[in-house]
Ligand binder design. Structure first.
Ligand code: AMP
Ligand code: ZN
Length: 114
């Protein structure tokens, strides 16, 4: 999508601190980190949120989740733990409407979230 911030990041039009890329997914550091490790993992294809991802995309969603786990391990979070967040829609606080998984770690987090 031409006016989507994260599509522009994938396309290189807007700079980012890239963490990982392959044919289908892209990961980069969040510009306003909420924890010592805060990485966003996204599909290269545009889907506004989880609601818009077709049921045929199970492999893509699984790939993102397992890559998030791998990036957490690479960041040294295996033992201390980490949180993966997928905000969906208004009440969740979703601000960017290109689906993105947050990988957060490196500090103790609270539950329930705010
Ligand atoms: P959400 O509230 O789940 O939609 O999260 C959107 C996230 O995108 C926030 O954590 C922002 O800090 C992050 N963000 C917004 N603009 C950029 C950008 N240009 N580069 C990296 N992260 C961004
Ligand atoms: Zn997009």
């Amino acid at each position: 999508m031409s006016d989507c911030l994260f599509c522009k990041i994938v396309g290189g039009e807007i700079p980012c601190k890239k963490v990982y890329e392959d044919d289908t997914i892209f990961a980069f550091e969040d510009i306003t980190p909420q924890a010592p490790t805060h990485i966003l993992i996204i599909p290269k294809d545009h889907f506004a949120s989880l609601k818009e991802v077709p049921g045929t995309k199970k492999d893509l969603l699984g790939h993102i989740l397992l890559k998030a786990r791998g990036l957490a391990q690479e960041a040294g979070l295996d033992e201390s733990g980490f949180r993966i967040v997928l905000n969906t829609g208004r009440d969740s606080g979703q601000a960017v409407f290109h689906i993105h998984f947050h990988l957060l770690g490196g500090r103790r987090m609270t539950w329930p979230p705010g």
